[in-house]
Design a protein. Structure first.
Length: 191
């Protein structure tokens, strides 16, 4: 029995393969994704748990989830304005996911520090759908796994940003991901 009502996958091995997880993290036999996620968390494999849930969630729900768990940059950060602009533009895309907003976000991210969580998140959005070719050229779809890997990398970057790991960010993110997997975007409606 699984509580993950919005997840269409029923075999966690398929998710592990899509995520490119090391074989040692593959579950035995047919295992529901929720069980794999819970086992990975229990065993302290938080990045693998994040990849599992990120690949299991519908892509837009995954991006909405991540938008709620990445901490805002501190006002004392010398790059506060640029990072906030990326964050605000990403939220604009979440609120109105159209190609114009997606491409505007890419332009900002392409000129930003690639270590910032906001930059990685912006790139995750850009690679989440639509063409990655310039608008005047024939459409080129992105590999769907790129978006998910960038999203989880953004989460990892947030955890270690500033040189002092904050595992509370990861734990809160995984807790909320579980809620999103059960309730969809309703889980983040008031956040």
């Amino acid at each position: 029995m699984t509580d993950w009502t919005i997840i269409l996958w029923n075999d966690a091995r398929q998710i592990a393969e899509q995520a490119g997880l090391d074989k040692k993290f593959f579950p035995e036999g047919e295992t529901p994704p929720q069980t794999m996620f819970e086992n990975l968390r229990r065993d302290g494999h938080n990045v693998e748990a994040a990849l599992t849930v990120a690949f299991a969630l519908p892509r837009f729900d995954m991006l909405v989830w991540l938008s709620k768990v990445l901490p805002a940059p501190e006002k004392s950060d010398p790059d506060f304005r640029q990072r906030s602009l990326l964050r605000d533009t990403a939220q604009r895309w979440i609120d109105d996911p159209d190609d114009e907003n997606r491409r505007a976000l890419y332009e900002l991210a392409d000129n930003a520090d690639s270590d910032w969580p906001e930059t990685l998140f912006a790139m995750a959005i850009f690679f989440s759908g639509g063409s990655i070719a310039p608008p005047d050229l024939e459409a080129v779809p992105a590999d769907p796994s790129v978006s998910v890997h960038l999203a989880v990398t953004a989460l990892q970057s947030a955890v270690i940003y500033g040189g002092r790991p904050n595992m509370e960010i990861m734990q809160n993110a995984l807790d909320l991901a579980h809620e999103v997997a059960m309730k969809g975007r309703k889980a983040v409606a008031n956040i």
